[in-house]
Ligand binder design. Structure first.
Ligand code: RP5
Length: 160
């Protein structure tokens, strides 16, 4: 995608099943984005380069998904001034509680905006990133409002 504004990174290809929901939500809102596999422990140099270059390449926020000992969002946040939104991936062993606590419990000084575990977190990270961009983009603000109105209209009054 040309001129991406949001970078979606994840620790493994196995995270894509969750993180694709962030990408699809940004697609629906017309927000240019990119997706990359960037592991804090398996590809540390790739993470270093990505985080250090992100702002200069024109990205406005990073969505980082990781599972288990999920240090990717915090490490990324330590190396960029861009806002970083963390998505805890639902791990097999601990159902994502490990990922959640690893991401949310950042010591004071380097923030990571932490979302819910799994698909809901991925979607909400995209919505939050879009809302940040919408502060300076009236057309995007209108698309975001329309997306929410459509969601409201799609909720039936009766359960069946
Ligand atoms: C983390 O380890 C990734 O974010 C992923 O959620 C988890 C497991 O990775 P794989 O073993 O499936 O590659 O780094």
């Amino acid at each position: 995608m040309a001129d991406p504004k949001i970078g979606i990174i994840m620790g493994s290809t196995s995270d894509w099943e969750t993180m694709r929901h962030a990408a699809e939500t940004l697609d629906a809102l017309g927000v240019p984005h990119e997706a990359r596999v960037v592991s804090a422990h398996r590809t540390p140099q790739r993470l270093y380069d990505y985080a250090h270059e992100a702002k200069g390449r024109g990205l406005k926020a990073i969505i980082a998904g990781a599972g288990g000992a999920a240090h990717l969002p915090g490490m990324a946040a330590s190396m960029t001034e861009l806002p970083v939104l963390g998505v805890p991936i639902e791990s097999k062993a601990l159902k994502g509680m490990d990922s959640l606590l690893s991401i949310v419990q950042m010591p004071a000084g380097i923030p990571v905006g932490t979302l819910a575990i799994g698909k809901a977190g991925a979607i909400n990270a995209a919505l939050l990133a879009a809302a940040m961009l919408a502060n300076g983009d009236d057309a995007l603000a209108a698309r975001l409002a329309a997306w929410r109105a459509q969601q409201t209209e799609a909720v039936p009054e009766l359960p069946e």
